[in-house]
Structures are given as C-alpha cells and as structure tokens.
Design a protein around this ligand. Structure first.
Ligand code: ADP
Ligand code: MG
Length: 349
C-alpha cells in the first residue's frame, strides 16, 4: 500500500530535460530585492543597484558524469572547473574577479592529488587575474564533485543577456565548434582500447588540438576585450556549453525570434573533421558542431551597423542572421534546404 502511494505522485527525472526541470523547480519563485536585476535564466545572475553590476554564476562537475578520471589529469580538471565558470561571466560581457571552489571527495583521493587539482585552479586564476576567495570542503562515499562559483563585474550599459537579439541582427561565433567533443571521442576510443588491453600505450599524436579543447578549455575573455576595443555591445550573447543548436534555441526563445545559420559558415577545425571521418562514415563534423558541446566559445548577435567593425576579425565568424518572431531556428545546407534545429542539453539517463 505504502509503496503505491509513493509511486502515485512520482514523476521520473528521465521524463524531463535539464531546462524543463529548471523551469519546473524555479517557477514559483519571485524576486524580493531591488538589487536582484536578473535572477534565474541567463548565464549569470545580475546583482546590484549601482551602475556597476555584479555577475554571479555557479557550475558543478561530477566524476563519472562530467569527467572521467581514466583520462582527465587533475591539474587540467582544476583549470577546466574554473574556466567553465569564467566562461559564463564572459557570456554576459563581464570581467571575472573572484571564484569560490567547493569540493567533495572520497578517500580515494590523496592530499597530493588534491594539490595537483588546486595547481590547475591556481593556473587558471592567475591566467585570468581572478582571486580564489573561498569555498567549501566535504566528503563523498565515492568520486569527486566540484562546484565553482564565479563573481564578475560589468557596466550596466554593457550587459548582454540572451534576450536582446533583434530582427536582421548578425549571428557571430568565436573560435571553432565541435572540437571539444571530437577530443572526447578520441579519449573514449583510447579508453576502450586500453580496457581491452592494459599493455596498450595510447597514441594521441596528431590530436593535440581537439584534446586540449576538451581537457583545458579557455573562457573567451579575449573576445570580451575585442568587443570592447571595437566598441561593440552585442545585442545578445551566450556561451556554447551544450552545442550551437541548443544555444541558438536559447537566444531565440529569450529574444522571441527565429534564426537562420548557414552550414558552410560554421567554423570547424580540420582535426574535428579528421576525427569524425575516422570514427564513422556517418559521423558528420557539422553534427559535432551543432550538438557536441563543451566548446565554451561565445555565440552572440550584433546589429548590422556593427558589421564593418568586426568583419575582419579572424576569431569571429558570422554564421547567419536573426529572423522574425514565430519563425523557426534553422540551418541552411549548401544545397539550400533548411533543417530545423533541435536542442540537446543534458538529460537524465
Ligand atoms: P549554463 O548552461 O549557462 O551553465 P544552465 O543551463 O546550467 O546555464 O542554467 C540555466 C539557468 O538556470 C541559469 O540562470 C542558472 O543559474 C539557473 N539554474 C540552473 N540550475 C538551477 C537550480 N537547480 N536552481 C535554480 N536555478 C538554476
Ligand atoms: Mg550550468
């Protein structure tokens, strides 16, 4: 009897995607403070009553879910945990200032191992002039869980939300897409081979770029700087953590618009294409670019009047434009057919 009652009101996590779950859990909340400028729903919360706003974001990495100790050096992991949070500050057009780092670890980790992890945290903090100002330390029964909260700042008139894209705005993306996921595919392939034969020495030569993209991503602070130098305030911005398709859909939803991106304009590195062709004939580099995720590039929209200012920047690629409200988010193929974009994101398995 008891068991039946319990089951009646139970909705499985697997029936929800990440974003639907966040919406469901946070829907009853309203904000009560004047200093809460933006709450849930963007890359960072925006806080403060003055002209200079504070940005806050938090991100968790879980062993076995977000990283695999088989092929993740602890120093890289520390670096990445910080970099991922700084990327969210960059996505608001802000400058990161402080981080808080919380770790929960099992006794499988030694003090020396945790020091190695903190060496990576320190490297990233030094690289981006960020101060480690606190955190929390706890234990787990198994595995390592890391949460990094980052704090940053931005002038009120420079904040870029996901919601400001306007009709005909140009869609831009930094760097290249799909390379981090290609790096993950290589690591997974070597892991399977190693498990089958532990004497096997992994051969990772020629994959250096994609491996670095996955293991040690960089927040694109250089793009935030470039935008400032060029005197451009994007109309909207988001970082590419879940894949281009998912991020474009976030911008379209929040900005109430559609979009069109051109397949041949998507920046894809040759190592990404190489990995795809090695893996399977059916694996297309463009699928990695759309759905791979973990690239931590910046996806943003600019007004057409800013085109001249950015058109020669090597690190920024114009991949499409914003279309009117009610139209879908699509990719146009070289054959001129349109494919509607679908979100991937996180889903409980
Ligand atoms: P990102 O991919 O940029 O890290 P997420 O998809 O994780 O963003 O989160 C989307 C928004 O939902 C953010 O504003 C984030 O702060 C908020 N959010 C995520 N998880 C929770 C939660 N458990 N409770 C409240 N807010 C959340
Ligand atoms: Mg997140």
């Amino acid at each position: 009897m008891e068991k039946l009652e319990y089951q009646e009101g139970r909705t499985e996590l697997s029936s929800f995607g990440e974003f639907a779950l966040i919406d469901r859990l946070t829907e009853g909340f309203t904000t009560h403070n004047k200093s809460t400028v933006k709450g849930v729903g963007d890359d960072c919360a925006v806080l403060g009553t003055g002209k200079n706003k504070m940005l806050v974001t938090t991100n968790t990495l879980v062993e076995g879910v977000n990283f695999d100790m088989m092929y993740t050096p602890l120093k890289h992991l520390g670096y990445k945990a910080v970099a991922v949070s700084l990327s969210n500050i960059a996505a608001m057009n802000g400058i990161p200032r402080q981080v808080l780092v919380s770790v929960a670890m099992s006794n499988r980790y030694s003090v020396e191992a945790m020091e190695e992890f903190y060496a990576g945290i320190r490297l990233c903090c030094e690289r981006y002039d960020v101060d480690l100002v606190g955190g929390d330390t706890s234990t787990t029964r198994a595995g390592l869980t890391i949460t990094v909260t980052a704090v940053g700042e931005v002038d009120e008139d420079k904040i870029t939300y996901r919601s400001g894209a306007k009709l005909h705005d140009l869609i831009c993306v930094s760097g290249d897409l799909g390379s981090a996921y290609s790096g993950l595919l290589v690591l997974e392939r070597e892991k399977v081979t190693y498990q089958a034969n532990p004497n096997f020495q992994p051969d990772l030569g020629g994959y250096d770029y994609v491996l670095e993209r996955f293991l040690k991503p960089e927040p694109r602070m250089d793009i935030v700087k470039l935008l400032k130098e060029k005197n451009i305030v994007p109309t909207s911005m988001i970082d590419v953590s879940d894949g281009l398709a998912s991020e474009l859909l976030h911008i379209c939803k929040e900005s109430q618009c559609g979009c069109e991106v051109y397949e041949e304009r998507l920046p894809i590195d040759y190592q990404t294409s190489r990995v795809c062709s090695e893996m399977s004939q059916n694996m297309l580099p463009v699928s990695n670019a759309l759905n791979g995720g973990s690239d931590y590039e910046l996806l943003f929209t600019i007004s057409q009047s800013d085109y001249e200012k950015i058109k020669d920047s090597e690190e920024v690629h114009i991949i499409g434009h914003i279309t009117e409200k009610g139209s879908p988010a699509v990719m146009v193929t070289p054959q001129n057919s349109t494919i509607e974009l679908r979100a991937q994101g996180w889903k409980q398995e």
